[in-house]
Ligand binder design. Structure first.
Ligand code: HEM
Length: 230
């Protein structure tokens, strides 16, 4: 009688089958296992990794919120406000997911600043890592754009007036102020078109940008390794 294959044998057979078609095992090994210098054990080397974990948490909680959040219906922005109330009051653990998204967003900005301070303090922005520093600066701007666009989404009074102040600041830009203001607003006043625009930027454009930039950031770290202490 043919014996029933054990789970471990099935696992090995599946991995072998996949590896013959694409080198999955060696790619995962290459991605996960890398010797790091001993001094990288110091607590201040963890800020970059913490930033990464917080961004991952934002992406996951953001997707859950997007299951229930409605920016507007046929140009009427009221559902933005009511859907957030619905998430807070009726959706199972909605208050927790929204709370984590909110607090992790705040912590993320703190963590990036700490990470930047570490990179600056250890002089790791110097050759050959200048390009990675520049990529980092763009990521910082992307994270700030996340905060700015996300702030309007609950569509309550605080969100509305805070964003109107931000747009006034943008409008004060020399020469390009008017153009930037109408681009951000999507019209002559802050209204449903602004909300639709901020929502699209917040959930499509910026997540795509941050994922791409993190990929470049990590490839460059792999390329140069963690910097030597000064
Ligand atoms: C926004 C998200 C960011 C993530 C997820 C991130 C993540 C990381 C990680 C995991 C490392 C490995 C070493 C460590 O953890 O300290 C690292 C290194 C580095 N990061 Fe970032 N980082 C971010 C933003 C920034 C910013 C804003 C800057 C500077 C403006 C920056 C510049 C650098 C540089 C130059 C290195 C190489 C440091 C070395 O070799 O010692 N990063 N980053």
């Amino acid at each position: 009688m043919a014996s029933v294959p054990r789970p471990r044998q099935v696992q090995v057979a599946v991995v072998d089958w996949l590896d013959r078609r694409f080198p999955f095992t060696s790619s995962v090994d290459e991605a996960l296992y890398q010797r790091v210098p001993n001094y990288a054990n110091a607590f201040y080397y963890c800020f970059g990794g913490m930033t990464f974990i917080l961004i991952a948490l934002q992406l996951v909680t953001g997707v859950f919120l997007a299951f229930y959040y409605v920016p507007d219906v046929a140009g009427n922005p009221a559902p933005a406000y009511t859907s957030v109330q619905h998430i807070m009051k009726d959706v199972y653990l909605g208050w927790l997911v929204r709370g984590v998204h909110f607090w992790a967003a705040n912590l993320l900005v703190v963590m990036i600043v700490l990470h930047m301070a570490r990179v600056f303090w250890t002089g790791s922005y110097r050759a050959p890592r200048e390009l990675n520093w520049m990529v980092g600066v763009i990521m910082l701007l992307v994270v700030l754009a996340f905060s700015l666009t996300g702030y309007l989404l609950p569509w309550d009074t605080k969100a509305y007036w805070a964003t109107s102040v931000t747009i006034q600041i943008i409008a004060g830009t020399p020469i390009l102020g008017g153009l930037l203001q109408s681009l951000a607003q999507g019209g002559p006043t802050l209204g449903p078109a602004t909300l639709q625009r901020f929502f699209t930027i917040h959930v499509f454009l910026l997540p795509g940008a941050i994922l791409l930039l993190m990929y470049v950031h990590f490839r460059l770290i792999r390329q140069h390794g963690i910097s030597e202490p000064m």
